[in-house]
Design a protein around this ligand. Structure first.
Ligand SMILES: Nc1ncnc2c1ncn2[C@@H]1O[C@H](COP(=O)(O)OP(=O)(O)O)[C@@H](O)[C@H]1O
Ligand SMILES: [Mg+2]
Length: 259
């Protein structure tokens, strides 16, 4: 069992959190804190529950009819699974970037403003223009697209599309950014741009990065969690987890002996 970390700056807290899809238990007694303004890396072999954990944080698993949870998952000390928690409002605070970049079939500008325009009041054009520039700059994409904001997002390269998806999350002013293997289909240069963006963005956001690339976690994550078959095997400062892990299974995984 993992004792809760004695931190008061937790943005997300899981305590003995379990997730089931019908009879399948995808997460077993996960207890961990994600520190505000940090990057938590989550590593582990396929099927270990990484995606399920991310989707639990913004309640995307709710869409599965037989999904249920036990234990506690909190955002800012408030229960994410409380009956009064509105998943739509929650998802505005918690943005998600998926492995496959899926821009809307709209131009670059419209992709970024799509979410903010759905809000209660549509910001005036000048405000939207500023939002587009700010979001694209923060996603490290502005310089590459500033002269063609009205071309289709689908005409960008894979790496640019992924940064456009990140810009869309940023335009919603999400507090938490969840990324599920965002660089799995990208070349090293595009990957480096995403990593640079995340490292800058943690000043304003809390980031959870699931990655199938342990080296990526080693490069950008402040803390890393190792998941295996639905359990959290180990969680701690990234450097420690990669150099002197407590659990032999962590050691085997980070040294490439399995997975
Ligand atoms: N929608 C679903 N319905 C049933 N089982 C699921 C569903 N999503 C995930 N699972 C199961 O939960 C476990 C963890 O899966 P997942 O979170 O996708 O792992 P990872 O992202 O680490 O590869 C697996 O056993 C998987 O089969
Ligand atoms: Mg996954």
């Amino acid at each position: 069992m993992h004792a809760p970390l004695p931190t008061t700056d937790a943005k997300i807290t899981a305590h003995e959190f379990c997730l089931f899809f019908g009879k399948i238990q995808a997460l077993r007694n996960i207890t961990l804190d994600v520190r505000r303004n940090s990057i938590l890396g989550i590593i582990g072999p396929s099927g270990s529950g990484k995606t399920s954990f991310l989707r639990a944080i913004n309640r995307l698993n709710d869409l599965h009819p037989a999904c249920h949870t036990e234990g506690l998952l909190q955002l800012d000390q408030t229960d994410i699974y409380h009956p009064q928690c509105d998943p739509v409002a929650l998802r505005k605070r918690i943005g998600m970037v998926f492995a496959l970049p899926i821009p809307l079939p709209l131009n670059i500008y419209e992709n970024v403003v799509y979410g903010p325009r759905l809000g209660h009041h549509c910001p005036p054009r000048a405000e939207l223009d500023m939002l587009v520039e700010r979001s694209l700059r923060a996603a490290f994409l502005w310089d590459e697209v500033k002269d063609r904001l009205h071309t289709s997002g689908l005409r960008l390269s894979g790496g640019q599309q992924q940064r456009l998806c990140l810009a869309r999350v940023l335009a919603m002013q999400a507090e938490v950014i969840l990324l599920d293997e965002p660089c799995s289909g990208l070349d090293p240069i595009s990957t480096a741009k995403i990593e640079e963006a995340l490292t800058t963005l943690k000043a304003q956001h809390t980031i959870v990065l699931v990655t199938n690339n342990t080296k990526q976690a080693a490069r950008v994550a402040d803390e890393t969690a190792f998941f295996l078959m639905g359990e959290l095997v180990e969680h701690g400062p990234t450097q420690k987890l990669f150099t002197v892990p407590d659990d032999p299974r962590t050691n085997d995984y980070v040294t490439g002996r399995f997975g």
